[in-house]
Design a protein around this ligand. Structure first.
Ligand code: AMP
Length: 281
């Protein structure tokens, strides 16, 4: 496995591959888990070369404490990637990616004003910025992202379409722990009790989906989820919403194309999750 920390040698390496082999890119912020590795596996199946980037992107953190506390486990990540058969790792330091006076930002219209965008102003602009940089540096044939960050995927779809990036996007399904909790690097920050309580988000989504399938009204289901989360000490619900999986417009009608999205705090750790109405659980 080749490991690069700088752009120049990475590009020198890739210049011998561009146009000759298909390149799959899996962008991550490290602290890798089985969900990340499923993206590596998908890329390996579909490409001749798989690159994983590991970069905790300061531009997408609206909360400095969250950035400071974000888990960083590079040595472990590298051994997991090696075992998963990843070919190349790009793990740059911040100054390699950002000029100190960078002021570029993105506006995605309604897409970055709702849900995560409302609770984390500037987050998606930071995501789009770093993803654009990595697309330009690496020039992948296909980039792999998780459904776990559903809104992020929609943002990146728009970014690729509008900026005419010449690549395919793949959205991979959510990897969960046995009790339903969506795998997340942030789960490492939960203590034993918080970890147990954290299942409330997935349980809320699954119960909400069942109620909606049985014909319960959206307002009743929203009330139910709010109460379910409130009943667990230490949980603070930021939102539970229904949106169109196509354009992410908040919806008041349920179809097979509806996605249920939830976000909230458990103690100091903020988690997100989602479930598609037409998804097999
Ligand atoms: P992150 O390191 O959290 O920025 O995630 C890197 C990529 O892995 C993103 O495309 C995420 O959506 C994806 N990802 C994170 N958690 C999961 C999961 N539980 N299952 C599948 N993909 C995931």
């Amino acid at each position: 496995m080749e490991i690069f920390k700088e752009i120049k040698p990475l590009k020198a390496f890739l210049s011998q591959k561009w146009g000759l082999v298909s390149i799959g890119l899996v962008p991550t912020m490290g602290a890798l888990h089985a969900g990340h590795l499923s993206l590596i596996g998908a890329s390996k199946l579909e490409n001749q070369l798989t690159i994983c980037s590991i970069f905790v992107n300061p531009a997408q953190f609206n909360n400095p404490k969250d950035l400071e506390k974000y888990p960083r486990t590079l040595d472990l990540d590298l051994s997991l990637l090696e075992s998963a058969g990843c070919d190349v790792v790009f793990a740059p330091a911040v100054p390699e990616i950002y000029d100190h006076d960078s002021t570029i930002s993105f506006d995605f219209g309604h897409l970055d004003k709702i849900l995560e965008g409302k609770f984390r102003p500037g987050h998606f602009s930071g995501v789009a910025l770093v993803v654009s940089k990595f697309f330009n540096i690496i020039r992948p044939s296909t980039a792999y992202f998780g459904q776990k960050d559903f809104q992020q995927f929609k943002i990146i779809e728009k970014l690729v379409n509008e900026l005419k990036f010449d690549l395919h996007l793949k959205r991979m399904s959510i990897f969960r722990e046995a009790d339903g909790l969506a795998m997340s690097s942030r789960n490492m920050r939960l203590n034993g009790l918080e970890r147990k309580k954290a299942t409330v988000f997935y349980e809320s989504l699954a119960a909400a989906k069942k109620l909606l399938t049985q014909g319960e009204s959206i307002s009743k289901v929203k009330e139910f989820v709010a109460q379910k989360c409130e009943s667990v000490e230490g949980i603070k619900l930021d939102y539970f919403e229904l949106a169109s999986a196509e354009n992410l417009k908040i919806t008041e009608t349920v179809t097979t194309e509806t996605v249920l999205l939830i976000a909230g705090f458990i103690g100091e750790v903020r988690l997100i999750d989602n479930l598609l109405m037409n998804e097999n659980e």
